[in-house]
Design a protein. Sequence first.
Length: 330
Amino acid sequence: MDTPTALGEFLRTRRAQLQPEDVGLPSHGTRRRVPGLRREELALLAGVSITYYTHLEQGQSTNASDSVLDALARALRLTPDEHAHLLNLARPPRAKRAQSPRPEYARDTTRRLIAAMPQVPAVVLDGRNNVLAWNPLGHALLAGHVDIASPDDPSVRPNLTRMLFLDPHTRELYTDWKSEARVALAALRLVAGRNPEDRALAELIGALMLQSPDFASLWSKHPVRDCTVGTKTLHHPVVGPLTLDFENLHLTDGTNHRMLLYSAPESSPSDAALRMLSSLTAGAAAAGHENPEPGGGGGGPTERRRRVGVGRGRPPSGLRPSPGLNRGRG
């Protein structure tokens, strides 16, 4: 990810979203060659010279002061998340020698924790939205058509962003897919701005740019938004409509891992549907005569092959995985 280029693109998209009358400037009623504010108009609003702002937008200046960046954020009417993203892009870390990222695994204690919540759909994710672990209900809710053991193998590990844009089953899962896609991509933009040297993340974004026109179109608009809590509306292939609240709980162990948890108001139709899915999942595990046990984390290869799940066979939904969906790193 070219941070100076990303900074210029971000500033241009935000200039294009504002009209002179929006910020108290005269438009003079003339036809404008570019949408939104001109560079000189934004420079005037922010109190900087047009030359300085042009250099900043062209990536020729990397030492903008806090006062200048704050003034630009105010002039562009950035949200707090967008303001933070602007600071990340304008203050990239020193370039480090590129290294091949090592596969990450959920800690044993984290796996035991999600296994102890059988009535709560739970998924453990890394910073790139790779699934490191899930409990049976989390798997059945989001990806019953994918092998439940797949998070333990980095070569086929599911990635929720990749699935959202490339997997037809996941696309059908969300009642308002376009809204879900915008939110997911906006959160990914924020992560990318914080981690410009993350080669695996850059590879994921590059692959999605090539493989998904929807992703490429949304990415070009530079949406930015942190998404830690909210509501998702799903249409599950087994239990039907679901409206679930979700929370992203970031672990404080320095791994940048987080737990994605879902819930529904007690006695609501979605709560009943979730309980039904839980019963079906438990029934499938009993029918398979398998005793799931948590494992993985920092142990050796044998430990990492353990899993929290209902079995390696066909999931309760009966859906088949999409060929080649999870191939490659993400």
